[in-house]
Design a protein around this ligand. Sequence first.
Ligand SMILES: [Zn+2]
Length: 211
Amino acid sequence: MNEDDDAVRGELEDVYRRLDQEGLIFLAAGNISVRTGEGMLISPAGASARTITPASFVHARFDGSYDGDRRPSSEWSMHADIYRAYPEAQAIVHTHSDHCVALAATNEALPPFHYMVAAFGGNDVKCVPYVTYASAELGRAAVPALAGRSACLLGNHGMICHAPTLEKAFSAALRLEILCRQYICARQAGTVRLLSDEQMAIAVARYKSYG
Ligand SMILES: [Zn+2]
């Protein structure tokens, strides 16, 4: 294990704990990874914030082979499919956070009710219909929903996002949970007025140039 590997493992533990503190992965309902030279470092099967350590993270390759005694998260293949399809993806966060799950239970996309939806790359965050959890099909379903987007909802399951860094993937998971909560509140408040394609195109361009 080299120094770089140690630093990445420390960051993974930190982000895993912060996701738990934010209530996004209560009872271990989520998993995280970062891309490495030959695959990824991913949270293990049976992970929990109570027991996770830097050494818990598993080095797994995209064919499912892995190093050490601990198995990678059962949802490793969804991470592998996204890394394979999107070279810009350097880190992935998958959660079953409350409001992402609530909206995903309707199988509807998060529409352009707020300009910050543009932070995910387009004028919505798509929702994939339910696919058996931890199956090879789940990743294959998520990949097209991520075309031009950095996140999608997983029907009757949760959300997944990728980013150029683990810290950005953490922020994106938190932002999507907040936006889904706000959208659900807005629907309860009345008829939601959505932004136009033109308004969202401007917001997307701003995010692309200013971050
Ligand atoms: Zn899941």
